[in-house]
Write a protein of this length. Structure first.
Length: 135
């Protein structure tokens, strides 16, 4: 799973996730990609599940680029804990996703294999995505 090696601050505020992705909204490395249509958070587990699905579907052929990194710490209190007593410890890390952000890129495989692999990876993600091809 992806997580930062070192962070300057252990806990972060939630913030807001407004606007559209300006950076990281075009294909940079591969030929095929999936791009987010919705906004939200992607946990490191969801990214890993999608990556494993792509690797399995392509039979380890081609090259994959993960264009997002989970660097936002998400705090979560344990179950059946009373309110108060400060902020909870970091539970997991997530990537902040805006509409238009490219999540995964691929190259070195045929169009139909890439479409099938990225489609199955998109099924593992909680956001709606679309398949795009480098023009």
């Amino acid at each position: 799973m992806l997580l930062p090696k070192k962070v300057k601050f252990r806990k972060q505020q939630r913030g807001n996730n407004r606007g559209i992705a300006v950076r990281g909204s075009t294909i940079s490395f591969g030929e095929y990609a999936i791009k987010s249509i919705e906004r939200g958070l992607l946990t490191s587990r969801q990214l890993e599940a999608a990556r494993k699905q792509i690797v399995h579907e392509t039979k380890r052929g081609g090259k994959i680029w993960i264009r997002v990194f989970p660097d936002k710490p998400i705090a979560k209190k344990p179950p059946e804990t009373r309110m108060g007593s400060g902020k909870a410890p970091t539970d997991h890390y997530a990537a902040v996703i805006k509409p238009g952000k490219v999540l995964f890129e691929m190259s070195g495989v045929t169009d139909e294999i890439a479409r099938r692999a990225l489609g199955k990876a998109a099924a593992k993600l909680p956001l709606r995505t679309k398949f795009i091809i480098k023009a």
